[in-house]
Each structure stands twice: as structure tokens, then as C-alpha cells.
Design a protein around this ligand. Structure first.
Ligand code: PLP
Length: 383
């Protein structure tokens, strides 16, 4: 019987047999002895196979309904490996508003390796019109970082299928708890496991998940050859984090909705961009393709000074990059996550000097709202 996602975070279908250990053991070993010549326990060397890493891979594959998940040492290691699927001369259509590190990789590394990119707003520009003879894939995030653009995954998958392209979706922002792109026709899903999967801001990890055997086979070859694999201990941390993914996502979302609503009523706040608000242009698509809206929100205030003052004054809410952990973090995309994105591109994407991005955590929302109220009041008193 197919289990619900919240259960799948905690239990794999198969029975474990490590002396009945409830927490999966950490196989902190680089290599494995062979029982005899020409024999193997199934494990030879930890770059290729490691039981703890395999366990987290099985869990993530199960959460995304994939046939295989590969665990890497960071989200960027996963995206870098994904790029090895392509060869010089290939062309990719990529979303314009992406994680800054992905833009940096594509623009500064992949281009040098002979890959061409067209970047468009996949949520409202015509993907089909950009397809060339050498186009091999469409790469999207939805909702995007940090502007929360929502792209219709099934519609993009349909275009990709008709033209023989791969549809690759970075699903970090919603996590598999709220969205499963493979079920909607995507071929490959990416996660920065550093974020919601790990959930505690204590480990880096990345995942590539596919439901196509031939892609899995190719990626496994690239994986063992390039070697940016997830360590046994970090695999265990991510396994542990995933156990509470469900309740963390629900609670963080509840807090995010409360903060989004609160921000909307604040003088000095000019825009609140959260896909769970009915007025958000992607709200309808989100309702169709996801089970939730997540806990990432972006807002703009009336001036750069106002934005800076918020960053200076917050205490419980911490001024830090990254997202998806139990702690509420606020960041300034212009100089932090998107600093390496050229100014023109940043501005075209709407990342202004008064734009702030918040990753809402799972603290008691009363405290989060009280702190925001205090910070905003203090700033207004100074004016
Ligand atoms: C953080 C992030 C990445 C990169 O992951 P790392 O684990 O930091 O390497 C990729 N995509 C998105 C959407 C992210 O938020």
C-alpha cells in the first residue's frame, strides 16, 4: 500500500536488520573487505557505495517517487554533476530568476565548457519559441529564488517531451513534502539537501533524483567518476533531518502565512511576494501542482535604508544566507545570495536594493511577529 509522504519521511517500505537499530547506523568507512577473490559484499569503496548514503538516497528517491536519488556533498555539487550530462555545443533554456550559485555556474563555468544558455522568465515567456536544434534541456525552479515566480511544471514537461528535451526542476524551495515534479512530468529533480531536507542548518548536501533508468545509469557513472559524494556522517544527518520534514514544513508554512499577512499591513512595506497569498500571480498554479506554498517569502520596503535597518535590528531572526532550517533567517539578496549575478540581470529580475528574503523557521510565531513589530516600530520612531 502506498504510504503518505509524512510517513515516508520516517519509514522506508523495506525492513531493516541492523540488530534492530531504529536509527540507521553510520558506516564510517572508506573501503570494504572482500569475502573472497572475485567476491563482494555489495560494497567495495565508499565513493561508489556506502550503506548510510544508500539509505538516505532511498528515502529521497521514495519522497520524490524516483527510481534513483544520488546524494552529493552540496546542492552545487549536484547541479555541477547534472551539467556533465551535456556536451560542448549543447544549448539549455534556463529560468532567468534562479539561485545565484546556479547562475554563476552556468555563466562562468558551463559557458566556458561550450554549453550555450538562453535565460528567460519561464513562468510567463514562451519556452517553445527559444528551442533551437541543439537545445537539450529546460531548467527551472518553482517558486524561484528570490522572486517567487511560479512555473507550470506539467505544461513545461509537455513542451519538453514534444521536443525531446529534459525538464530539470530544482525543487529545493518546496521540498518533496509539498511538491513532486517527477509526478508532473519532469525528468530530473535537484535538491539542495542543505535546506529543508537537512533542516537544521548543520550540514551541506545535494540530491539528483530521476524516474528514468537511463538517466540514473548515466548519472551513476558520472558520480563515481567525479566523486563529490555525500559523507556517511552527513548522510546520517540528512536522514535524521528528513524524519521531521513533514511537521517542519507545516509549521514553517503556518508561520510564513502569518508573517506575510502581517507584512501586508505594514506602512513602509511596498510588496509582499509569497505564493500562498491569493493575489500572487502563481497562486492558482501552486494550488494545482503543489500541496503547499512553502515558507520562503520576499518583501520590499520603501528604501534601502529601511531594509538595512531591519537587518541591523533583528535578533531572534538572524541575518544569514541559506534557508530551510528550523531557524528564521533573513537575507539581502543584492549583496548576499545574488551578489555574483550582474546588476542588470538582478534589476531585471526585480531584486532591488530594498528587497529582503526571509526563510521562515519553526519558532513560535508569536515571538517572530513580536520581534518584527518591535523592529518596525523602532525604525519608524527614528524617521
Ligand atoms: C542553496 C541552493 C542551492 C545550492 O545548494 P548548496 O547546498 O548551497 O550547494 C541550489 N538551489 C537552490 C534553490 C538553493 O536554495
Amino acid at each position: 500500500m502506498a504510504r503518505e509522504i509524512g510517513t515516508k519521511c520516517i519509514h522506508l517500505e523495506e525492513e531493516l536488520n541492523h540488530y534492530g537499530a531504529i536509527s540507521y547506523p553510520i558506516y564510517q568507512t572508506a573501503t570494504f573487505a572482500h569475502p573472497g577473490v572475485g567476491q563482494s559484499t555489495g560494497y567495495d569503496y565508499s565513493r561508489v557505495q556506502n550503506p548510510t548514503r544508500e539509505q538516505v538516497e532511498k528515502v529521497v528517491a521514495s519522497l520524490e517517487n524516483g527510481v534513483d536519488a544520488l546524494a552529493l556533498s552540496s546542492g552545487m555539487a549536484a547541479i555541477t554533476l547534472m551539467m556533465e550530462l551535456f556536451a560542448p555545443g549543447d544549448h539549455l533554456i534556463v529560468d532567468a530568476d534562479l539561485y545565484g550559485g546556479s547562475i554563476r555556474l552556468f555563466e562562468q563555468i558551463s559557458r566556458k565548457n561550450g554549453i550555450a544558455f538562453t535565460s528567460i522568465d519561464c513562468c510567463f515567456e514562451d519556452i517553445e519559441g527559444q528551442i533551437r536544434e541543439n537545445t537539450k534541456a529546460v531548467y527551472i525552479e518553482t517558486p524561484t529564488n528570490p522572486m517567487m515566480h511560479v512555473t507550470d511544471i506539467a505544461k513545461s514537461a509537455d513542451i519538453a517531451k514534444r521536443h525531446g528535451l529534459l525538464l530539470i526542476v530544482d525543487n529545493t524551495f518546496l521540498s518533496p513534502y509539498f511538491q513532486n515534479p517527477l509526478d508532473l512530468g519532469a525528468d530530473l529533480v535537484i535538491h539542495s539537501g542543505t535546506k529543508y531536507l537537512g533542516g537544521h542548518n548543520d550540514a551541506l548536501a545535494g540530491f539528483l533524483v530521476t524516474n528514468r533508468e537511463e538517466i540514473s545509469e548515466r548519472l551513476r557513472f558520472l558520480y563515481k567518476t567525479t566523486g563529490a559524494v555525500l559523507s556517511p556522517f552527513d548522510s546520517w544527518l540528512i536522514l535524521r533531518g528528513i524524519k521531521t520534514l513533514g511537521i517542519r514544513m507545516e509549521r514553517a508554512q503556518e508561520n510564513a502565512i502569518a508573517i506575510a499577512e502581517w507584512l501586508k499591513g505594514q506602512p513602509g512595506v511596498t510588496d509582499v511576494i509569497y505564493p500562498g497569498l491569493e493575489e500572487h500571480p502563481g497562486y492558482g498554479i501552486m494550488k494545482r501542482q503543489a500541496r503547499g506554498f512553502g515558507a520562503m517569502l520576499t518583501f520590499r520596503v520603501e528604501s534601502k535604508e529601511f531594509a538595512m535597518a531591519i537587518l541591523e535590528k533583528v535578533k531572534l531572526i538572524q541575518y544569514a544566507e541559506s534557508l530551510g532550517g528550523v531557524e528564521t533567517l533573513i537575507t539581502y539578496p543584492t549583496t548576499q545570495t545574488h551578489a555574483d549575478v550582474p546588476k542588470e540581470v538582478r534589476e531585471k529580475n526585480g531584486i532591488t536594493e530594498s528587497t529582503l528574503r526571509m526563510s521562515v523557521g519553526i519558532e513560535d510565531k508569536k515571538d517572530l511577529l513580536a520581534e518584527l513589530a518591535e523592529v518596525f516600530n523602532e525604525i519608524r520612531r527614528k524617521d
